[in-house]
Design a protein around this ligand. Structure first.
Ligand code: ZN
Length: 393
């Protein structure tokens, strides 16, 4: 049976600050947010939660996760493993977007879709992008437009790689074709139809996108570049892109190696971009979960690989608040409302009556994740997973 939850007396960031409120969730939806709701003498299956020591924020939206693993850039043994349900839920992620990556040969869209359905059955909301790094894109039906129109879980295309040694070096015209196909697919299916762009460390940075947009009816707003904190020049190029109306994404999975080699930590990147006057709704964080994070020696030999963690998404938002003085609203916006908006997920990313009941309760004192609800189901209590994936211990 579906439990009805009444969270009493909780400080709400929706992500805008609403003060102390009561929240009612039932049937997978937020029914109402207001004050002084009473359980009364009702014999409904109602669970009342005292939220007075908590902050309620929207469930987190992770716009880039390698559900079925990624990598393989150090040979077959370096292919990273699949994500599990609690990798997401323990990090407060209730909506995740799965992508392929460098490898669209041994990793396939059919497998990605199957995993997305599995995770949805287990408890979170999932979507995917068709395509991969490569352009022209691998698709399921033979067409990006058809994939978006005919397959519910596909909401965009990518991450297509530009300015990267692993990219297919797409021409300006090829990028235009990808964007126009995604745009038409998005229009006809009522989806975002965005082009997720993997930004490499190459010197051209965003120039391939500007070239693609120039002289056409395309807009920079349809392109959603990720890894924009990869180094200082990429970060600065991202600020310029945002000043033209685009949305930029900072990657939260990182290594000491990356930070020593010029990566701007996502929390710091968010703080600096806000200080530079970029609107919060144009700034997102994503985990790049289950990507491979290679570590190289000084001479460029591969020393080892780490695996991206979905849990870094909220850790970075929390760091932004605690270490970089970003407001709770702005930090939470970057992992909820902003990614939901750019992806066209209108039921996600905010706390409001009528939207999906995806909600995280944080501890007021240390902002640690205490409880997680996804589609009105309680998946985490007191920081521990109460629901696990099929093959998790
Ligand atoms: Zn990438």
């Amino acid at each position: 049976m579906n439990t009805i939850f009444l969270i009493k007396n909780v400080e709400v960031y929706a992500p805008q600050h609403l003060g102390k409120q009561d929240i009612i969730m039932a049937g997978g939806k937020i029914i109402a947010i207001g004050s002084q709701f009473s359980a009364g003498g009702s014999d409904l299956p109602l669970t009342v939660i005292d939220g007075s020591n908590n902050i309620a924020v929207p469930g987190f939206v992770d716009s880039l996760v390698h559900f079925i693993g990624g990598g393989g850039e150090g040979g077959f043994a370096s292919r990273t493993p699949e994500m599990q349900l609690t990798d997401a839920t323990l990090g407060g992620v209730t909506t995740a977007i799965g992508v392929l990556g460098t490898d669209a040969t041994t990793r396939t869209l059919t497998n990605l879709l199957a995993k997305a359905h599995a995770l949805q059955t287990e408890g979170i909301t999932t979507y995917c992008h068709t395509g991969s790094y490569q352009v022209p894109c691998r698709t399921l039906t033979g067409s990006i437009t058809d994939d978006l129109i005919l397959i519910d879980k596909f909401i965009g295309v990518g991450e297509i790689a530009i300015s990267d040694h692993r990219s297919s070096q797409p021409t300006t015209d090829e990028i235009r074709k990808v964007a126009s196909a995604a745009k038409v697919g998005g229009i006809l299916s009522g989806k975002g139809g965005i082009v997720s762009v993997h930004m490499g460390a190459g010197e051209r940075i965003l120039q391939p996108i500007y070239d693609a947009v120039a002289g056409t009816e395309l807009s920079v707003k349809q392109f959603y570049p990720t890894h924009m904190n990869r180094n200082r020049s990429v970060f600065n190029a991202g600020l310029e892109f945002a000043s033209q109306g685009g949305v930029i994404d900072f990657t939260t999975s990182t290594t000491a190696y990356d930070l020593e080699h010029g990566e701007v930590a996502a929390a710091q990147a968010l703080a600096e971009a806000l200080q530079a006057g970029i609107e919060p709704i144009q700034l997102t964080l994503s985990s790049d979960g289950n990507a491979s994070l290679p570590i190289y020696s000084k001479s460029g030999d591969l020393l080892g690989l780490q695996v991206g963690q979905v849990s870094t998404l909220y850790q970075s938002a929390r760091d932004a608040i605690l270490k970089h003085k970003v407001s709770i609203s702005d930090a939470i916006c970057a992992i909820s409302q902003a990614p939901a908006t750019v992806l066209g997920l209108h039921q996600k990313g905010r706390l409001a009556a009528g939207l999906d009941a995806d909600l995280v309760l944080l501890n007021r004192d240390d902002l640690a994740i205490n409880q997680v609800f996804a589609m009105g189901r309680q998946l985490v209590i007191a920081g521990k997973a109460t629901v696990k994936g099929m093959f998790e211990k």
